[in-house]
Structures are given as structure tokens and as C-alpha cells.
Design a protein around this ligand. Structure first.
Ligand code: BES
Ligand code: ZN
Ligand code: ZN
Length: 468
């Protein structure tokens, strides 16, 4: 599907259906109100009514709020798949253009790589018509870049684990670096050993696929700030020897969603040409079982030098992140440090499936991030650290334990485990995002369809756009 911004006067397409967004209030005065009423259409949010004789499609919206426009556009994108028109056109303005683009692209997203017979969609073009193309061009391009970066993230998340293991992810990162002029450095087993990333290496040891630490950098001239992003890239999480139950293991290809988000964000930032320096660090690892697997009772010496008592091999993401966060803090002196991880089931228990958990020390940073996510239309909520929960990670035999000794507060104790690896000078620059719930879905919601959602890409790009 191709989206174009064109001058309304010059617009003339055959076999086109025109979309009208309409509120219940506006419907009362609409030209075709009687016909629409007969069809049972009352302009309720996310409902549609087509008048094929007139080549018109009506989409109900509660009001012109950005989120309502987005989900209405998403329902249109889904409906279009069945239609026999060649194109759809809709009037846009500077208030609605970004929401409509996001809705069309994200709501119309499909992942068909594993379908032997790909469905053919008739609609090839969406025309956004207006009278002031020049004025809207920047908004148009920005929304397309952000939406496509989100789909890029979704594609990687949705790829099956045996097609997207650490080496493949490293190759994909290299390709992105070539296309977008990024610096790229990949650390394999040998380099990871030299870097003493023993915690990360232990997690990947039983896999037939070697672990990779991927570092991409976008360095424009005169960058105003430096931002380091870190992503959990478990290309598969079987749980390791603390094996997951069969039903919990299904969908664990999504345990790389943090890494995929970080790749999507650096793609968006470099295409938007933001004047900030952005580093993306990814720990790409597969957590498997076997004779060489790391075990509960093992004590790992992290890159930082702290010893970690392993009591559950399924709490592996934090082990990988401990080393990658430490490496990232040595390689860069960031103004902001953000990590993205599908870290805990407990985060979903606390916040539900739709909301990203935000943790960190700086109230201001959490507040600013909250504002950015609201603007971007992603749900986030903060989970507060406290000193009592920190004690739950105490180990009798090592410096820290990889799981809590109590069954409550699991998302926060995981965040506090990461906090142990954040250097003093970075404490107030750091936020941890637990995207365990928000990164993947098996039923559609908002602008999301089955599979990866691209969680983090939109709110982080929004945050980075505002950096002064
Ligand atoms: N990748 C999982 C977390 C997860 C669970 C993500 C469900 C998405 C959906 C993580 O590695 C994990 O297994 N965490 C454990 C931690 C526990 C052993 C302390 C969990 O949440 O159960
Ligand atoms: Zn796990
Ligand atoms: Zn995991």
C-alpha cells in the first residue's frame, strides 16, 4: 500500500472510493443521512458504512481527537482489504494527517512471510488530498517514517526464531547501518569473552547459535545530545533449564522485541535526521537447554565485576542486559540511557497487556516520558522503586541474586536488578521500559494486529524529537 499526499485540485483517480470521517453530531446534518440511517449507521467510533453507488465510505468517529482518528483509520485499512477499488482518497489537514497515516499504515499492517499463498490486495494507493501540499509535506513524511519504522520492528519480532537468531539479527543490523549511514560494530563470542560479558555468554551457552552484541551509532554533525538505547534481544526464550511450561513458551519469539524496538528507533531517528547522537546496543542471545546450559546455582561474574547467583535461568533477560548496559555505559557518555525489554510476566500482571512499565530514579524524566507517550498514543505507566523491594534481591552467597526471594513486585525487582548495573553518574539519566505486555498481541487492539506491535518506537521517537 502506497500513501501519497496530493493536491485536491489535481486529484482525479478512477475506481476510487472516497472516505468521509463523520461524528454522530455531523451525521444529523449529512447529505445522505437518511440512506445511512437505513443502513443502521450512526457514526459510532470505528464503525463503517459504504455507499458503493456513490463510491463513498463513511467512518464513524466520536470526535476529532487524535486517538479516535487513528483507530478509525485502522478500521478503514482493515476493511479495504476486501474491497475491489484501486484507491481510497480522504481530505486531510494539519490536525488529522499524522493520525490518519499512522492508523492506515499500522492498522493495515500484515505479516505474510509464512503464507504460501499471499493474499492480493486490490487497493494500491491511499491519496491524502489537500489544498496546501507544501505546508503538510513535513508532517506527512514524518508520520510515514515513524509508522514504517514501527512496521520494521514488527516484522523482526514476527519472524520465526529459527529464521531470526543472533547472527541473522546482526546481519539485519548491518544492512540497516549500510542503508542509513550508521556506524556498526558486532561483537561475537571471542570479543564478548574479551569484554568479560560472562553473564550474557552464560545465557546463550546451550544454543547452537552464538550470541552477538550489536552496536549501531547515528552520529550527525553538531549533535545536541547523546542518547544510548539498549535492547533485550532474546531471539528465543525457552526458559533454559528452569524450562517454561508448554503454553508459556509459545510466543517467546517475541522476547527479542526490545532489541527490535531499539533498531526501529535508530532507523526512525536517522531518517528524520534528528540532530542528536543515538547509539543502539542489542544483546542478541538464545536461551536454550542442553548439556552445556547454565544452571540454577551457578554464580556468574558480570562484566561489571559483580557476582550473580542464578536461581532461575528463565530470569535471563536481566543477565544479558546487565552486561550490555555496562558495555554501553563504558562506550558512551550519554545524556539519556534507555533500555527496552520484554522482561517480566509480572509487569503484565501489574499493568495489563497494553501498558509499558516505566522505571527509573528521575521523576522529571519519567514525567517527560509520560507526556511523550501520551502524545504518541502509546500507553505507559510508572512503577515505583523502593529500598524494601531492593532487599529482595539479596544473595547469601554472591553480590546479587537474579530473582527476588518474594513473589510480589516482580516487575520492579527486575528493574532494580538492572539498576545495580547503572553507574552512579547515569542514575538520573536512565529509564527502563518493560514491554512484556505491550510488545506482542494475539488479538487486535488499537492500531495493533496479531503479532508484534512495535511498542516503544512511537513514544521514544516522540521523546527524542523534543530533545533540546
Ligand atoms: N521473557 C520473559 C518475560 C515475559 C513473560 C515476556 C511473558 C513476555 C510475556 C522473561 O525472561 C521471564 O521469563 N521472566 C520470568 C522471571 C521470573 C523467573 C522471575 C517471569 O516473568 O516469569
Ligand atoms: Zn525468561
Ligand atoms: Zn525472556
Amino acid at each position: 500500500m502506497n500513501i501519497q499526499l496530493i493536491n485536491k485540485k489535481a486529484f482525479d483517480a478512477k475506481n476510487n472510493i472516497t472516505l468521509k470521517l463523520i461524528t454522530p453530531e455531523r451525521l444529523k446534518k449529512a447529505k445522505f443521512k437518511k440512506t445511512l440511517k437505513k443502513a443502521g449507521f450512526s457514526a459510532e467510533q470505528d464503525t463503517l458504512c459504504a455507499m458503493h453507488g456513490k463510491s463513498l465510505l463513511f467512518a464513524g468517529i466520536e470526535d476529532h481527537d487524535a486517538e479516535n482518528l487513528k483507530t478509525a483509520a485502522a478500521s478503514v485499512a482493515k476493511a479495504l482489504k476486501k474491497y475491489d477499488y484501486k484507491s481510497l482518497s480522504v481530505d486531510v489537514n494539519k490536525e488529522n494527517i499524522a493520525s490518519l497515516i499512522e492508523g492506515f499504515i499500522l492498522g493495515g499492517y500484515e505479516f505474510n512471510n509464512y503464507k504460501s499463498k499471499a493474499k492480493k490486495q486490490k487497493i494500491k494507493n491511499i491519496y491524502l488530498t489537500c489544498e496546501n501540499v507544501e505546508e503538510l509535506t513535513a508532517l506527512f513524511e514524518e508520520a510515514v517514517i515513524i509508522s514504517e519504522a514501527t512496521c520494521f520492528t514488527r516484522d523482526i519480532v514476527n519472524t520465526a526464531p529459527d529464521d531470526m537468531y543472533p547472527e541473522v539479527m546482526a546481519k539485519l543490523a548491518k544492512k540497516l547501518a549500510n542503508e542509513n549511514n550508521l556506524e556498526c560494530n558486532i561483537l561475537g563470542k571471542k570479543e564478548l569473552k574479551r569484554e568479560k560479558c560472562n553473564a550474557m555468554l552464560a545465557v546463550g551457552r546451550a544454543s547452537r547459535h552464538d550470541s552477538k552484541l550489536i552496536h549501531l551509532a547515528y552520529k550527525p554533525k553538531n549533535a545536541k545530545k547523546i542518547i544510548s538505547l539498549v535492547g533485550k534481544g532474546l531471539t528465543y526464550d525457552s526458559g533454559g533449564l528452569s524450562l517454561k511450561p508448554a503454553t508459556s513458551m509459545v510466543t517467546m519469539k517475541m522476547d527479542k522485541a526490545g532489541a527490535c524496538a531499539v533498531l526501529g528507533i535508530i532507523k526512525a531517528v536517522s531518517e528524520l535526521k534528528l540532530d542528536i547522537e543515538v547509539h543502539a546496543f542489542v544483546g542478541a542471545v538464545e536461551n536454550m537447554i542442553g548439556g552445556d546450559a547454565y544452571k540454577p546455582d551457578d554464580v556468574l561474574v558480570s562484566r561489571k565485576g559483580d557476582t550473580i547467583e542464578v536461581r532461575n535461568t528463565d530470569a535471563e533477560g536481566r543477565l544479558v542486559l546487565a552486561d550490555v548496559l555496562d558495555y554501553a555505559q563504558d562506550k558512551t557518555k550519554p545524556d539519556y540511557l534507555f533500555d527496552f525489554a520484554t522482561l517480566t510476566g509480572a509487569c503484565m500482571v501489574a499493568l495489563g497487556q497494553y501498558t509499558t512499565g516505566v522505571m527509573g530514579h528521575s521523576s522529571k524524566l519519567k514525567h517527560d516520558l509520560g507526556k511523550a507517550s501520551k502524545k504518541a498514543g502509546e500507553l505507559t505507566a510508572t512503577l515505583p522503586f523502593n529500598k524494601h523491594l531492593k532487599k529482595q534481591l539479596k544473595s547469601e552467597i554472591a553480590d546479587i541474586c537474579n530473582i527476588s526471594n518474594k513473589p510480589y513486585g516482580g516487575a520492579i525487582t527486575a528493574g532494580l536488578f538492572l539498576d545495580n548495573f547503572i553507574k552512579e553518574e547515569n542514575k538520573n539519566k536512565w529509564l527502563h521500559f518493560d514491554i512484556a505486555g505491550s510488545a506482542y498481541t494475539e488479538s487486535p487492539w488499537d492500531v495493533n494486529v496479531h503479532g508484534g506491535t512495535g511498542a516503544g518506537v512511537r513514544f521514544m521517537t516522540q521523546f527524542l524529537k523534543n530533545i533540546k
